[in-house]
Structures are given as C-alpha cells and as structure tokens.
Design a protein around this ligand. Structure first.
Ligand code: ZN
Ligand code: ZN
Length: 587
C-alpha cells in the first residue's frame, strides 16, 4: 500500500527558496529587478543589519492592482511583462515568478502597492496570508522583507557575516546603477547611506557617483563596433588600478553579466599598461542581436555565452589598447592638503572626494551633490581623445638631474617629472627588441667563438624539440656531443657584450616552455626579458647627457608610460600641485 503525498505549495516554495534565495543580495536582486521592470525612476533600498533583519525596497514604478499583487505571491505567476531579449535571459532570471513566493515562504512580507488610486496592503508570514487591506494611494511599490529564514533555521546559518552580505548587496547595487544611469538608486544600511546615484542618464556621472572623483576623472571613453557587436563605455587609465576584479562591469543588452572571456579580453587590452595582478575599473556595454547570446548556466551566476566570441574579444582588446595608446597617461601626484582651519576658504570638492573607499563598507561616508568639473564652455570636461593625442606629441622633458641614483628629474612648462631610469630604458629596449622580432627579415651576426651550452638530458631534449623556434629567432644551433649545443650565429638584437648570458636566458625561456604556442606572447616575453637585462639598473650612475637621450627615446615609444611589466615609468607633479604644496595657492 502506498500513499500519495501531495506536496503542499508552501513546502514547494520553501524548497525553491533554498535554490534561488541564497543570499541577502539575491533577495535584493529579485526585488530591485521587479522595480526596474515596473519602469521605476527612483529605487530606494534600505537595510537593517545588512538585510538580515529587514530589507525594504521602495520604487515609484507602475505599481500593481489588487489582483496582481495577490498573484505575485503565487507560484508560476507569469503576469510579468518580459522584455524582448528576456527570452534569452529567461534562464538567468528563470526563477522569476517563483522567487517572490519563495522569499515570502521564508520571511515576513509587508507589501504596499498602488497605481495612483486605491492602494493594496498585503502581509504574509511564512507563506501564509495574514492581512490584506487597502492603503493610501501612492503610485509605486514598497515591499519589506523582515527576518529572512526565520522559519528555516538551517538556512539562516548559511548567511555569511553581516559585512559580507552587505558588501555583496553594495557591489550589486553599484553595478545595477552603472547599467541603468537613468534610474536613481539609493542604498542604506541602518540609516547610513552607502550608494546614491542621481539617475542623470549620463554614464560618466554615474561612474563619478559610484566611484568618486579620482576614478571618474581618470576614465577614457570607448566606442567601437564590428558586424555583430557594438561596444561602448569607459575604461580607466592605469593610474587607478584596483587589486581585484570587482570594478569590472560588463553589461550585455542592458543586463549585468559575468563572463570570463570578456574579462580576459579587457585585461589583454591593458597588456603592458598594467601589472598582471592589478585590475582596471571598467564599465563596458555590449549590444548585440539576442540570438548571438545564450544563457544556459546556473540561475544565480549571471553568466552567458557569446557566439563569435573571438571577434568580440578582439574588438574589446583592440579598442581598449587603442584608447590607452591615444591617451596621456602620466600619473599625477595628487596632493592632499589638510583642511584649513579658517572657514572662509572653501576647498574644491576634488580632494575631499579623492579618497575612494576600496572597501565598499565604510562607516562615515558623506554624500555631496555631485558636480563634474566643467571646462570653459561649461561642458562636462571629458577630455577629447584627439586633444590628448596632441598632448603626447608635445610631451617634452628636459632633464635637470638624477636623484638617489635611480630617478631622473625633468621639467617642462607644465610641471616636474620623475622618471624611473630602469623602467624607462626597459620600455625603450623592449620596443626595440619587439620591433625587430616582428620584422619579417631576421638580421644575424656570426660569432667568432661559438657559445657552448651544456644542458641536462631533459633540457637537451626540450631544446632539440624546439630547434625551429631558435632558428626562427635567428640562432644557428648545432648539436655538439652529449647534451651540448653550439651557437654559432645570433640575431642582432642580442645584448652586446653579454651574448652568452642572453643566449642562456633564451634557452631557459624555451625550456620553461611558457608561451611557446602563442607567438605574440612568446615574442613579448623574450623582448621583456632581454629589455630588463640590457637596461641600466637603479643605483647605476648615468650622466645628464645619457638622461637626455633616454628621455628623447622614451617619449617616442608607443607606450612611454609603463615598463613592459606594467610598472609606471613617469610620474608628474604639475605646477599647480607644487604651488598647492607650498601654499602659494590655497584652492
Ligand atoms: Zn627590469
Ligand atoms: Zn619592468
């Protein structure tokens, strides 16, 4: 005898809650996405104790009538209007229509919603309707979720610390604000405001409101297309790199996504403009025909797959690389002058805002009205790309001396520059070697006395396997007895006077086997290694004349701002910053 148990709807909701409601941020995500879909212009998220006690989302959107409001808490309610490309996001957001009943089954919900005439008020505890009555009519919806998981203690334990949950919500709201510049977002926790954007519709202004002045003033606009993809947005100059990927925002057809390939393409765009372990601040919009994207991955991961991913990656990589090469990238020293004690002098907002919180949770953040700096025409001053290009061509550096045996001090009419002599020469030599490696014709020199390289058996076999690579580089190598090679000819870019050492280093690179199958990266690796070897070290005295030659060569480089490992070569103190430091100017 078997009995058929019909699973109660409430139980099904609770089970579903375990799958779709994992974090405070997943509840916030569901509620805020509903608000966006309801055409809201202003969305306010208030949390108590990081949302573990209360999550309140208020909007000025379309609101619901009584029937829709009830229906929203029933499973598989599909009253929602889908956006055109939601068909392709349906798996990402596939739990929609199920999430609200699931959330309601594990919390205490208080909903007030109206379309302008009579409002509806619904209270649900643990999935059970407690009250339903009328409320004052306001257009929009306010929903409160209290005591999440109060009736499922096992799940309650899975919530991370308050700080982690709050960090997740914050970074989610920030990204949502960046993907919806026309909507005003506000997030607070225990009455302390954490995020505020004005909904100006201007992406750069939203970036400013989310990340502060030091970031927004260092952004470069990008825009490009190929047959299938349009990309647009902002990328940061290398002066403000971050130590994690959290500030890389990718938006596809208006939706935030995470995609490893796109992230890699962005990083490749910054190749040699930044160290590998640093990440840029980037907001990139990708627009495409919805049929070129495919969502079949876990509902909460926001990941998608692209068709023609290689074309997209090349577009992103090339656009970013080009934009960086077109920009003036000398990092500026930002001087922090303490607030004057006398009140009359009002400090510009610049230095008050420069300290952007790396950690999104901070206790005393105060929010000012956001003003972007204006240029003479009163336009928001986003420096035009062509203008920056002209500036690079004009960058003239006159050396004054060398300090600490390592840094060249130079000047021009705009200010003072410090140049790391090793990094600068490394960049010059790197481009020199790389250019000759890329030439079709290989120029070689014969050695009067061949170089003998003795190896272990495994190393010997590795080299023997890759003799063609050495030949392509311009080395003439012959086998010579047990585990030994003779090098009789080498390419002309090899460091003069240090040939043996350089040959050994190149053998090492091949034995290491790194990048052997990626021609571009292999050439780059050889060029960077050789450049480092042949460049003047720190603490090595150079004359003023040598410094002058070095600077002349440096400004002609493709990217004069970074060594091949991404470290900066030049930093500058502008005339204005120097005057501020000496209090010749007080504003
Ligand atoms: Zn080096
Ligand atoms: Zn370097």
């Amino acid at each position: 005898m078997s009995k058929i148990h019909v699973m109660s709807e409430n139980l099904a909701n609770k089970i579903a809650a375990g799958e779709v409601v994992e974090r405070i941020s997943s509840v916030v995500k569901e509620l805020v996405e509903n608000s966006i879909d309801a055409n809201s212009k202003t969305i306010t998220v208030d949390l108590i104790d990081s949302g573990t006690r209360l999550i309140r989302v208020s909007d000025d959107g379309n609101g619901m009538d009584k029937d829709d409001a009830r229906l929203a808490f029933q499973r598989h309610a599909t009253s929602k209007l889908l956006r055109e490309d939601d068909l392709f996001f349906i798996n990402t957001l596939g739990f929609r229509g199920e999430a609200l009943p699931s959330i309601a089954s594990v919390s205490k919900v208080d909903l007030k919603t109206g379309q302008g005439s009579v409002g509806t008020h619904i209270v649900i505890h643990g999935g059970e309707f407690i009250t339903e009555d009328m409320t004052d009519a306001r257009k929009g919806t306010t929903i409160e979720i209290a005591d999440l998981f109060y009736n499922t203690p096992a799940r309650l334990k899975y919530l991370k610390s308050d700080a982690t949950e709050l960090a997740n919500v914050t970074s989610y709201i920030e990204k949502l604000a960046l993907s919806n510049p026309s909507i005003s977002f506000s997030l607070s926790n225990n009455d302390r405001r954490i995020v505020f954007t004005s909904g100006s519709g201007v992406l750069l202004k939203t970036i400013h409101e989310v990340y502060g002045y030091s970031v927004s003033s260092n952004m470069i606009e990008i825009k490009a297309s190929n047959d299938d993809y349009d990309i647009s947005g902002y990328i940061c100059k290398p002066a403000i790199l971050k130590s994690n990927r959290n500030h890389m925002t990718t938006i596809v057809n208006g939706r935030i996504v995470k995609n490893v390939d796109v992230n890699r393409a962005i990083n490749d765009g910054y190749f040699t403009f930044k160290p590998d372990i640093k990440y840029p601040v980037v907001v990139i919009n990708i627009d495409t025909d919805p049929t070129l994207i495919d969502v079949n991955i876990h509902p909460t991961k926001q990941d998608i797959k692209f068709s023609k991913i290689d074309e997209l990656n090349n577009l992103i990589k090339d656009t970013i690389g080009h934009a960086l090469r077109q920009s003036l990238l000398v990092p500026k020293i930002e001087v922090k002058v303490p607030e004057p004690t006398y009140n009359e002098i009002s400090m510009p907002f610049v230095e008050e805002e420069t300290e952007h919180y790396e950690n999104t949770i901070q206790t005393d953040m105060d929010f000012k009205e956001v003003i972007l700096p204006k240029d003479e025409n009163g336009e928001d001053s986003v420096r035009a790309t062509e203008e920056e290009n002209v500036l690079i061509k004009k960058l003239e550096l006159y050396p004054v001396g060398v300090v600490l045996g390592t840094y060249i001090i130079a000047q021009n009419q705009d200010g003072m520059y410090m140049i790391d002599q090793h990094a600068a020469q490394e960049r010059i030599n790197y481009e020199k070697v790389l250019n000759s490696l890329r030439e079709n014709e290989v120029h070689t020199t014969s050695l009067l006395v061949p170089i003998t390289i003795e190896l272990s058996s495994s190393e010997y076999l590795k080299i023997k396997d890759n003799l063609n690579v050495l030949e392509e580089l311009g080395f003439k190598v012959t086998e010579f007895g047990i585990n030994t090679f003779l090098v009789t000819e080498h390419p002309t870019w090899l460091i003069e006077g240090r040939e043996t050492e350089s040959v050994k280093r190149i053998f090492d690179i091949i034995i290491e086997g790194k990048y052997l199958f990626d021609r571009v990266k292999f050439q780059d690796h050889i060029a960077a290694t050789m450049a480092c070897k042949m460049s003047v070290k720190g603490n090595e005295a150079i004359t003023l004349e040598q410094a002058e030659n070095l600077l002349d060569d440096l400004v002609l480089c493709d990217n004069p701002y970074n060594c091949p490992h991404g470290r900066p070569t030049i930093i500058t103190f502008t005339r204005y910053e120097l005057e501020r430091m000496f209090k010749r100017v007080m504003n």
